[in-house]
Design a protein around this ligand. Structure first.
Ligand SMILES: Cc1cc2nc3c(=O)[nH]c(=O)nc-3n(C[C@H](O)[C@H](O)[C@H](O)COP(=O)(O)OP(=O)(O)OC[C@H]3O[C@@H](n4cnc5c(N)ncnc54)[C@H](O)[C@@H]3O)c2cc1C
Length: 467
């Protein structure tokens, strides 16, 4: 039974849509969720999407607000460090954060969660409120807004009327496409020249993880790289990021034999650990990566874009889902600022406040993600870059209140992304000066370097509230 003529419509029952429905329902709204796919609880998860994701502080806070933190915690695996694999199979570890400062009494770390189970937990929690009806196999084709309602058209069915529409239908959002037909709506998209393909690494012969499960593994090789993130079933999901064209690109790997040769040349320690390499290489798609930006994220008092529908970003900061969850949390905060259910007038204000609060941050995390791509791909194997990171790490270990690295601001705090990006720019300037010392290789861990960096930080970095 659909909520014809009243209540909220959420289009897209992915991660952000499910969480948004739960947060709206927790605030007493009736929600109809429309999803073009079949119910994943009946047919299994859709193939071709990233299988696991890194969940970090912004995501946890939103889950906590929705009352879903404990259920998600049960399926989340702490990942404490990056582990870089050299061509000679040598390993370099970089811890993600500070000891004992993270959630659940852990060191600051990220958490690997599987997309399917996470989506199911959120959908189930939303339905369990008794306020949410999920309608699978409903593909939104169009909508129109009148004075008192928004009418949604699905697959040739008669239009369904709702009070508000939340577009959480992903990077190629039909809601956004409809908004683009209106006046003064900006939109841009750009594809990365790189794509990705996933390959499963099963447990080792002893039934345990084949490689260290407390690390996110990276094989940085200049303009391409392999990554691996653990799953609770003791497998790893490995993802090859490579250009579509050119040397070492997907176009140069036309079949399984050449893919094997490619892995032997560039990731020699991996092939023996993936016995189903041939099957995975053939059957898993090579997918593209897109950044989108749009403005505004709302239309009047009736329609709001959130998650990838508002800001699709490349996955290299592990923040796509986290930023979408933060969108949902900010929406809930704005609703909590209202006394009772907002009037149409209050919704107009609330939706434009949402665009104002979130748009610049969506753009910033898009920029940061593109920047991290270069860093992970090209620089994590560069000795000067590793030295720079060691100096920053030393500053943070010894003066955690005076030097918070950009990665930590993004991953372990709630500082708006746009502010983190700006602070990161200032820190880059400071570190450029520190690294310019001719004797930096030998004196990097001395008091002189520390004092110099902290003096520059005191001069240039504003005091910020990261809570
Ligand atoms: C390789 C890769 C790795 C990633 N790793 C991370 C990570 O480590 N950490 C992180 O935070 N993020 C990561 N992300 C990003 C993350 O996957 C997305 O940001 C997140 O899935 C966005 O959620 P969403 O609900 O906004 O959109 P989606 O997950 O895309 O969900 C949209 C939903 O809408 C439905 N839909 C689409 N069109 C319609 C329609 N017309 N009508 C009805 N329903 C419709 C779709 O079927 C889908 O269920 C990664 C992404 C990729 C590609």
């Amino acid at each position: 039974m659909t909520g014809e003529g009243h209540g909220m419509a959420v289009v897209g029952a992915g991660l952000v849509g499910s969480l948004t429905a739960l947060l709206l329902a927790n605030r007493g709204h009736h929600v109809d969720v429309y999803e073009r796919r079949k119910d994943p609880r009946k047919v299994g998860d859709a193939a071709g999407r990233s299988i696991n994701l890194a969940l970090s502080e912004r995501g946890w806070r939103a889950l906590e607000k929705a009352g879903a933190l404990e259920a998600v915690r049960e399926i989340a695996m702490p990942v404490k460090a990056r582990c870089m694999h050299g061509l000679d199979s040598g390993l370099t570890y970089q811890p993600y954060g500070l000891p004992g400062k993270g959630r659940f009494g852990h060191d600051e770390c990220i958490y690997s969660v599987a997309r399917g189970p996470l989506n199911r937990i959120l959908l189930q929690a939303a339905e369990a409120t008794g306020q949410v009806d999920v309608h699978f196999e409903h593909r939104l084709e169009d909508f129109s807004v009148s004075q008192d309602a928004v009418s949604l058209a699905f697959d040739g069915r008669s239009p369904l009327r709702h009070d508000r529409l939340f577009g959480t239908d992903g990077a190629f959002s039909a809601v956004r496409q409809r908004m683009m037909k209106g006046d003064r709506f900006d939109f841009s998209q750009s594809y990365l020249a790189h794509g990705y393909k996933e390959i499963a690494m099963p447990p080792g012969e002893d039934g345990g993880f084949a490689i260290d499960p407390e690390a996110l593994h990276i094989w940085p090789r200049g303009h391409f790289m392999l990554m691996a993130l653990p799953n609770p079933d003791r497998t790893f999901t490995c993802t090859l990021f490579a250009p579509f064209e050119g040397p070492e690109g997907f176009s140069g790997i036309p079949d399984v034999a050449s893919a094997r040769a490619y892995f032997e040349a560039h990731f020699p320690d991996v092939l023996d650990l993936v016995p189903d390499f041939d099957r995975d290489w053939k059957s898993n798609p090579t997918s593209s990566l897109i950044t989108t930006r749009c403005n505004p994220w709302h239309s009047g008092d009736r329609v709001l874009l959130m998650g990838d529908a508002a800001h699709a970003i490349v996955p290299f900061y592990g923040q796509g889902m986290n930023s979408g969850f933060e969108d949902a949390r900010v929406l809930a905060d704005l609703l909590d600022d209202q006394a009772g259910h907002p009037s149409d007038e209050a919704w107009t204000r609330l939706m434009s406040d949402f665009t104002r609060l979130r748009k610049a941050n969506g753009d910033a995390i898009g920029d940061l993600a593109l920047r991290n791509f270069i860093e992970m791909r090209d620089r994590t194997g560069d000795p000067r870059f590793l030295l720079r990171k060691r100096i920053e790490r030393r500053l943070t270990d010894r003066h955690p209140d005076r030097w918070v690295p950009l990665y930590s601001m993004v991953t372990f705090t709630h500082l708006p992304y746009a502010e983190a990006l700006e602070l990161g720019r200032i820190q880059d300037g400071i570190m450029d000066e520190v690294m310019a010392r001719p004797d930096i290789d030998t004196v990097w861990d001395g008091n002189e370097v520390e004092r110099h960096a902290l003096e520059l930080a005191a001069e240039r970095l504003p005091r910020t509230d990261t809570a």
